[in-house]
Design a binder for this molecule. Structure first.
Ligand SMILES: [Fe+2]
Ligand SMILES: [Fe+2]
Length: 279
């Protein structure tokens, strides 16, 4: 299957049309021979503007896939639904949980900014689940990722509050899912924030699809928050599977992106707004 991925929302903009904008968030548009999909929606400031500037027609999407409930991935849902109308939205059951981030004594809500019934009134048909789903031919949402590596840890600044008020700390972010696309060149894995850990995600995808030919990984790696050990182990896995392209975005951070570039050379690219990957 021929595919084309375009980064639609991201922290930085590439060298593309002058009217695209950056925001802290992530969204990626996927075109395939069998349909178009939207993975995440950014916070909502840039998705419509960038789609217009990049000639992407959001009315063509067959489904929306959500990586996790954080505001910087779900905040653009109303804007997209107002363009598209009724559409299936695939995600994990926990995306509506309340999320708090506490850093340097300041706490803020970082969960999904909208209630489920509001999004449904705009056309969202939620398909929530824990398992891997094939949302279209060769297009998968991973489902919950088993946490197996000892060094890919939950973020100590994050707390989940359940609907009955219970605080779970640190937030296990079990809703962290990734998009996987089967292409002629191999698998492409698109990460939202990789809260589940990149190595856990890669291992689970290989096991579930019985395929270790990974052509590319793009999206938010969360390596900006990783220890040196986690970072080194991640590089080893990238080399072990001879992954041809790594296009980092969002929560990777410039420091880790620079280290990845130094290690990977021309296998590396910045997954900023307007970046395109064909598979
Ligand atoms: Fe994020
Ligand atoms: Fe996140």
């Amino acid at each position: 299957m021929k595919t084309r991925l375009t980064i639609l929302c991201e922290n930085s903009v590439g060298h593309h049309p002058s009217d695209i904008i950056g925001e802290h968030g992530f969204s990626c548009f996927l075109e395939t021979d069998n349909g178009n999909y939207l993975f995440d929606t950014g916070q909502g400031f840039s998705i419509i503007q960038n789609a217009m500037a990049l000639n992407i027609d959001l009315r063509t999407i067959d489904a929306i896939l959500i990586s996790h409930g954080h505001y910087d991935h779900t905040g653009g849902l109303p804007a997209v639904l107002k363009v598209k109308g009724v559409v299936d939205v695939y995600a994990h059951n926990d995306i509506f949980a309340r999320r708090i981030s506490s850093k340097n004594g300041v706490s803020r809500d970082i969960g999904i900014p909208y209630r489920r019934h509001y999004l449904e009134s705009l056309g969202a048909r939620f398909k929530l689940g824990f398992q891997m789903v094939e949302t279209g031919p060769g297009v998968y949402l991973t489902g919950e990722i088993p946490r197996q590596s000892s060094f890919e840890k939950d973020d100590p600044n994050m707390t989940l509050i359940t609907s009955d008020g219970q605080r779970i700390h640190p937030d296990p972010l079990l809703d962290d899912l990734s998009l996987v696309v089967e292409t002629e060149k191999g698998l492409i894995i698109v990460l939202g924030c990789a809260h589940a850990g990149m190595i856990n995600i890669i291992n689970y995808v290989i096991k579930q699809l019985s395929n270790d030919h990974i052509f590319a990984i793009i999206g938010g790696t969360h390596l900006g928050f990783a220890t040196d050990r986690q970072f080194d182990e991640t590089l080893k896995v990238i080399d072990k599977y001879k992954i041809e392209h790594i296009g980092v975005s969002h929560c990777t951070g410039l420091e880790k992106a620079a280290l990845l570039h130094a290690h990977l050379g021309n296998r590396f690219f910045f997954g900023s707004v307007g970046a395109v990957l064909e598979g």
